[in-house]
Design a protein around this ligand. Structure first.
Ligand code: UDP
Length: 418
């Protein structure tokens, strides 16, 4: 039996975020806020913590609420089998050959039917349904306007799977993609909205700690802070390419023997049952190297929290890697850029849209290219000072939660006025 479970939100005040709006944005924001006052907005996704969608909703929902929209956030409570199936759907949409059986797809549909029925008893002006897990609920609940938001990389989906999901996707009045190139053929132009995600500059993860404090924390977690540190902070997921990160590190180590690697992917998202398997592969591939530090369980972070350690790693690492092969948009990239860190991203379309190569970070098409970049940067760290500053500027201009909030108000207005 599946149901929708309400997420309790921590209050946030828009006043604290005012300085992140520019004058032009404020001019658009104030009338919209008045016009939408009292509207009831629902967001549904798979998990309340772990992963970028939950990360963004944790701030977007309370800010919407604070400015007068009645905003609720629900997640899916369903049997474990559902999340195994939806992770396969996620992987199929990102390009893995799709192998689910008819009985699995029937199960996916039946859970969504229950979610749609649960939604029918609620009363909202707009529902925003995130990613494929709850997408098919529109089959049993369709009270326009309904918005689908796809956070994943749809650049080369399995065609059979896309055909299966398309009737659901195309039933939404609007669908938000992180990049225009992700929109499947067949959707009308007025159904497609392009909006990359954003970070909260004021949450515990992004109010950057000082370098000294961050280094001290990493020392406590077992790192040698007198030696170089390169890190990737990401769920243990094949598309995030942790084995590619290990390969890039091993190639770098041949030239910079004292380099250390952190791979942090604390298992928190209930919609990612694959993480254990991938973690074990990485553990096997890295056995015997004391300079590789794997963090997969929150207990390993004591006395610090997940947010504090992500913050410290993104501040104190010499290089942040995100060598993803597929990525709709990597919040970890933006988080590290916001802290002025040097980021090397992988070839995924989403990451290419976040980093301008050699200007505010680097794009490495393969682990070997990433290794060459790492050697150069670690040998001449001062030459990259400009990159960190440019990275902060990029995030400030387009990837903060204030831009996201304003874009959502515009989206709601458009959806309500047809
Ligand atoms: N994250 C975290 N702890 C970890 C690994 C990741 O808090 O051990 C966070 C990370 O800081 C970011 C989010 O999870 O806020 C991941 O978002 P992203 O868009 O990079 O990837 P997703 O997991 O959504 O594919």
């Amino acid at each position: 039996m599946a149901r929708l479970q309400k997420v309790s939100i921590e209050r946030r005040s828009i006043r604290k975020y005012r300085s992140f709006f520019n004058a032009n944005e404020l001019k658009r924001f104030n009338p919209l806020r008045k016009e939408l006052n009292g509207k009831r907005i629902l967001h549904v996704n798979a998990t309340p913590i772990g992963g970028g969608v939950a990360e963004m909703l944790q701030t977007l929902i309370p800010l919407q609420d604070d400015i007068g929209l009645k905003s609720d956030w629900y997640v899916i409570d369903a049997p474990a089998r559902f999340f195994v199936i939806t992770k396969e759907i996620h992987n199929g949409l990102q390009g893995k050959q799709f192998t689910l059986k008819k009985s699995d797809l029937d199960f996916y549909r039946s859970v969504n039917r229950e979610l749609g029925t649960a939604l029918s008893k609620m009363n909202y002006d707009i529902a925003v349904i995130h990613d494929p897990q709850p997408m098919a609920l529109i089959g049993s609940y369709h009270q326009p306007p309904m918005i689908s938001r796809i956070h994943i990389d749809l650049s080369s989906p399995d065609r059979k799977l896309l055909k299966f999901l398309y009737p659901y996707l195309s039933a939404y009045e609007k669908t938000v993609f992180s990049l225009k190139a992700f929109a499947p053929k067949g959707l009308r132009n007025d159904q497609i909205v392009v909006l990359p995600p954003a970070i909260d500059p004021l949450n515990k993860k992004n109010q950057a700690f000082g370098l000294q404090k961050s280094r001290k924390m990493l020392k406590k977690l077992g790192l040698n802070i007198c030696r170089p540190i390169v890190s990737q902070v990401s769920r243990f997921d094949p598309w995030k390419n942790p084995l590619g990160v290990v390969e890039a590190y091993q190639k770098t180590k041949k030239q910079i023997p004292d380099v250390q690697l952190i791979l942090m992917g604390i298992r928190r998202a209930k919609d990612d049952p694959e993480a254990v398997k991938i973690y074990k592969q990485v553990e096997k591939a890295t056995k015997g190297d004391p300079d590789i530090h794997l963090f997969h369980d929150a207990k390993q972070l004591a006395p610090y929290t997940n947010e504090e350690v992500v913050n410290a790693i993104q501040v104190a690492s010499d290089i942040i890697l995100q060598l993803s092969i597929r990525e709709g948009f990597g919040l970890t990239v933006t988080e590290a850029m916001w802290k002025g860190s040097v980021v090397i991203g992988g070839p995924a379309a989403g990451i290419r849209s976040q980093i301008t190569d050699q200007k505010d970070g680097f794009i490495a098409s393969t682990p070997s290219v990433a290794a060459k970049d790492m050697v150069r940067i670690l040998k001449h760290p001062k030459s990259e000072a400009k990159i960190g500053k440019a990275a902060q500027k990029t995030v400030r201009s387009k990837h903060l939660i204030t831009h996201q909030l304003l874009a959502h108000l515009e989206l709601y207005k458009d959806a309500l006025t047809g």
